[in-house]
Design a protein around this ligand. Structure first.
Ligand SMILES: C[S@@+](CC[C@H](N)C(=O)[O-])C[C@H]1O[C@@H](n2cnc3c(N)ncnc32)[C@H](O)[C@@H]1O
Length: 228
């Protein structure tokens, strides 16, 4: 496969080779592990299992791996630990794929639920999943998927619960966390980060975050209130 963009920078060439290696080791399955939530069948491989994203696209973005999303029980366990009035908080899934986590979050009475997804293919599927979703346990109905690069996403001025399931490489995580810090400085408010499968844990050991809870699969951080 000829990759014209590969000549742009040695760093980018490195990413392509790294992604190619990951893809060869973890080829997408014809049909990923299915999980029916509220009548919507969403596989846990974040979309790649269904081959809805082309090989080239997977090779040239940071999302080559066949990573899974949270099991409903683990997700509920993580959110149940938050000592918050959910009605005041906005939940944001950074790298929301087909929207599976957004649907699970709607079992909690969040003020709003926002998915931030880079790939238009997955964003479109998420929109359709949100539209079709029906569940008697649903408590939040203001759910949206936004097709935007998380590194350019502007955080709303609400109290926040951010969910990360390793959507970004280290540099991207750094950018998102730096934008979060700036946003909290500009508009002080409470924020929690639920970091599932925390590969870049050291990045979150910073001055504006404190570890609040942890278990084998996740760490929850709470922001230190930044006033002015
Ligand atoms: C491991 S999946 C997680 C899916 C979802 N959070 C869940 O739990 O079901 C990571 C997602 O992050 C997305 N992603 C990767 N880089 C991104 C970026 N820069 N901005 C937004 N989304 C991104 C990928 O396309 C992929 O859908």
């Amino acid at each position: 496969m000829r990759i014209q963009a590969a000549s742009r920078s040695p760093c980018r060439v490195g990413i392509y080779y790294c992604n190619a290696w990951v893809l060869l080791r973890n080829p997408p399955t014809p049909c990923g592990e299915e999980c029916a939530i509220g009548g919507v069948s969403v596989d846990r491989s974040s979309g790649f299992g269904r081959r809805c994203v082309s090989f080239r696209r997977r090779l040239t973005t940071s999302c080559a791996t066949r990573r899974r999303s949270a099991a409903p029980a683990v997700f509920r366990e993580m959110l149940s630990q938050l000592p918050i009035n959910f009605r005041a908080f906005t939940f944001i899934d950074i790298g929301s794929g087909k929207g599976r986590t957004l649907l699970m979050a709607s079992d909690f009475p969040f003020r709003r639920i926002i998915g931030v997804e880079l790939l238009a293919e997955l964003h479109q599927i998420a929109r359709e999943n949100i539209r079709r979703y029906k569940n008697e346990h649903q408590q939040s109905f203001a759910i949206e998927s936004q097709c935007v690069d998380a590194r350019e996403f502007e955080f709303p001025n609400d109290p926040l619960v951010l969910y990360f399931f390793n959507p970004l490489p280290q540099s991207g995580m750094k950018t998102v966390l730096s934008h979060l810090e700036q946003s909290l400085k500009a508009c002080p408010r409470d924020a929690y980060i639920v970091y599932h499968n925390p590969e870049h844990r050291s990045l979150l050991e910073s001055s504006f975050l404190r570890e609040f809870a942890s278990a084998h699969q996740y760490v929850i951080y709470r922001t230190v209130r930044i006033d002015g």
